[in-house]
Design a protein around this ligand. Structure first.
Ligand SMILES: [Zn+2]
Length: 67
């Protein structure tokens, strides 16, 4: 992957805006790899730095798909 995280986030934001029904933008929220905490309430797309529950910094980046 030659894209930086910032590039990916910009791309993701653009894709989210450009998706129209009946297609759907599905965002899978970032998740803590240690305790499984999911960052569901985050409206921003960038991943959090650390888990609020266990303070782990092993956070899986959010993913998205178009359906
Ligand atoms: Zn955690």
């Amino acid at each position: 992957m030659g894209l930086s995280t910032k590039d990916v986030l910009l791309h993701m934001a653009h894709v989210r805006r450009s998706v129209r029904p009946p297609r759907q933008f599905i965002l899978e929220p970032a998740a803590c790899l240690r305790c499984g905490y999911r960052f569901k309430d985050r409206s921003r797309l960038n991943p959090p730095g650390r888990c609020p529950r266990c303070k782990s910094t092993h956070i899986q980046d959010p993913k998205y798909e178009i359906r």
